[in-house]
Design a protein around this ligand. Structure first.
Ligand SMILES: CC(C)(COP(=O)(O)OP(=O)(O)OC[C@H]1O[C@@H](n2cnc3c(N)ncnc32)[C@H](O)[C@@H]1OP(=O)(O)O)[C@@H](O)C(=O)NCCC(=O)NCCS
Length: 278
């Protein structure tokens, strides 16, 4: 058994046993070619003879923060230490790149994955909610504001408001970039202004960008318990006007945020973020 960097030839050896990993299927076979092209990523496989029986991707999200994703072990080869061996090999690589911390996400209900990373010393540091708003399926609420592009003059106020609020505390000052989490910085807001992804309404600020024509996603928002329902309505109102079918949100799991999401028609699902120091 050997852990080594993945190549494109490994894809057909992994695809057959990763079709039905979860209830909803799996994405890893399609994603490996993307990871292999990504300079910050290091994709590892575990091979035994001609068989490839494990996979994980490690990516540097900042000079000191690594992220692990896509951990898969062939169903017939689980509980042989392969998941942990690949994870450790990924951590060794990340440390060489300068990482001081490595993180990963699991669904709250994925007990095997949680037990496995806990057995390696990872600690659960934060729970986030994944929730989808469907603006076109909801009746407009009278009085909702619209999101407006936030100017760069808003950056300091938005940053301070976020930093002193519940969301940054519960979310350990992280932002989600798709299914990857790292420490947020004011540069994230600056970049979002430049790319016209930084929005404001009277209820707060949000980084919100298209991921497809009718889909947008946000992994950072600043609001208060009192204003959160309004911010979600403002997002939905703007989404409705611009033909967005889905707004995918990743927000720190606080009771008031979960309540606001539920009232907005979403079904928040808990996602656990684990971290280990290197
Ligand atoms: C999660 C996964 C990668 C673990 O890989 P693995 O090679 O079986 O894990 P390991 O053999 O390294 O496990 C090490 C330890 O973790 C714990 N563990 C692993 N699987 C467990 C399970 N099903 N139940 C309870 N504990 C478990 C045990 O403490 C285990 O040590 P032990 O076997 O000596 O008791 C594998 O189950 C998998 O591919 N699952 C489906 C995909 C998935 O959920 N990926 C993670 C997405 S976040």
């Amino acid at each position: 058994m050997e852990v080594r960097p993945a190549t494109i030839e490994d894809v057909p050896r992994i695809a057959p046993w990763t079709r039905d990993t979860f209830d909803w299927g799996d994405y890893v076979a399609d994603r490996i070619p993307v990871w292999l092209e990504e300079p910050e990523s290091h994709t590892l496989v575990c091979a035994e003879g001609d068989e490839v029986i494990g996979l994980v991707n490690v990516v540097m999200l900042s000079p000191t923060e690594a992220w692990l994703e896509g951990a898969r072990v062939h169903p017939e080869h689980r509980r042989r230490g392969i998941g942990s061996l690949m994870n450790q090999t990924g951590l060794d690589w990340a440390k060489e790149q300068g990482a001081r911390v490595a993180r990963l996400a699991t669904e709250e209900g994925n007990a095997p994955a949680r037990r496995q990373v806990e057995s390696m010393g990872y600690r659960m540091v934060s729970t986030w909610a994944y929730a989808e708003l469907n603006p076109l399926q909801r009746k407009p609420i009278a009085g909702a504001s619209r999101l407006q592009p936030a100017p760069s003059a808003d950056i300091d106020a938005a940053w301070m408001s976020w930093l002193s609020g519940d969301l940054s505390r519960a979310g350990r000052e992280m932002t989600a970039i798709g299914w990857r989490w790292r420490t947020a910085t004011p540069d994230d807001l600056r970049e979002a202004v430049r790319e016209q992804r930084f929005w404001q309404s009277p209820a707060g600020w949000v980084i919100l960008g298209h991921t497809e024509r009718t889909v947008a996603a946000s992994g950072w928002l600043a609001t208060t318990p009192y204003a959160a329902p309004d911010l979600l309505e403002d997002m939905a109102a703007t989404g409705r006007e611009t033909g967005l079918e889905t707004i995918a949100l990743r927000v720190p799991w606080t009771p008031w945020m979960v309540e606001a999401l539920t009232r907005a028609g979403a079904e928040p699902e808990p996602v656990c973020i684990y971290a280990i120091g290197l």
